[in-house]
Design a protein around this ligand. Structure first.
Ligand SMILES: C[S@@+](CC[C@H](N)C(=O)[O-])C[C@H]1O[C@@H](n2cnc3c(N)ncnc32)[C@H](O)[C@@H]1O
Length: 262
């Protein structure tokens, strides 16, 4: 696991203040980064619900759980964050979610759902990257790189990206930490704690021999090619590139339902 990810995982779990015997729901569990950490904390009497919109990822998580012989302490629920219908109202102690709502258009509805499934006094611990922090960039920069000598070309590439991922409506870009607070307040979370971490650093020099650089460049060029050829509305390449922006602006909010003190 990447070191940076384990740091975020630990912070999310610490903010969740999970105790033994509790029921934890991890929304958008992916391959289980947060859910497996929660499993250690709920102990033998507790329960972790892995939930995601991808049945494949849930099956993958189940295959990782099986050899651990803790299947009786796990549930697997295929549901979108914006409609957690399979989870009963007021049924879980803690909800965790990391880097999921950024992909969801209906963020306010998701917060209502996260609130609905919590027991009175339950907690939500959430982390989301804020892409808007590094957007828009000044004309001489592209993904953090100084593109002064090719500023005009960079501007054309930027226009392609903006056509594919219209910033005002793209769920990847159309919110910041203040919006997350508002969503939480409107969902009736009573106590809210927000941490904002902003880091600006020089991007790694692009190196044609380096696989990451090649992938980044390949993605960018592929998006431009697709756009020129077919003018698609959306493209995975763009999404991958957007989430790889050089400036990471992260928010971790721990939200207590009703009178929970965190
Ligand atoms: C970047 S991954 C994060 C996975 C995991 N939370 C982690 O911390 O490693 C995003 C996850 O969100 C899931 N996802 C995307 N849209 C979703 C939605 N509307 N509802 C629930 N999960 C969603 C994806 O299937 C994916 O597993």
């Amino acid at each position: 696991m990447l070191k940076e990810l384990s740091v975020w995982r630990d912070r999310i779990l610490e903010h969740a203040a999970i105790t033994e015997g509790e029921i934890v729901l991890d929304v958008g569990c992916g391959d289980g980064l947060i859910a497996f950490g929660a499993l250690d904390r709920v102990g033998e009497e507790g329960l972790v619900i892995f939930s995601d919109i991808s049945q494949d990822l849930l099956d993958h998580c189940r295959s990782l759980v099986e050899p651990l012989q803790v299947l009786d302490r796990c549930r697997f629920v295929c549901a979108p964050a914006e409609d957690l219908a399979p989870i009963a109202t007021g049924s879980v102690d803690v909800v965790t979610t990391r880097s999921v709502l950024i992909y969801v258009q209906a963020k306010q509805q998701s917060f209502h759902e996260l609130y609905r499934v919590l027991k009175p006094g339950g907690r939500l611990s959430i982390f989301e990257p804020i892409n808007r922090f590094c957007y828009p960039e000044p004309p001489h920069q592209f993904l953090g790189y100084d593109v002064t000598p090719i500023e005009e070309t960079a501007g054309k590439v930027r226009a392609v990206f903006e056509r594919i991922h219209e910033p005002a409506s793209s769920p990847l870009l159309n919110f910041d930490e203040r919006d997350l607070l508002t969503f939480a307040e409107r969902a009736r979370f009573a106590e809210i704690h927000l941490e904002l971490q902003a880091t600006i650093k020089q991007p790694k020099p692009l190196d044609s021999h380096d696989e990451t650089s090649r992938l980044a460049l390949g993605n960018a060029l592929e998006v431009v090619r697709q756009s020129v050829e077919s003018h698609p509305k959306r493209g995975h390449g763009a999404s991958a590139l957007a989430s790889r922006s050089r400036t990471v602006h992260s928010v971790s909010a721990t939200l207590g339902r009703d009178d929970a003190v965190l």
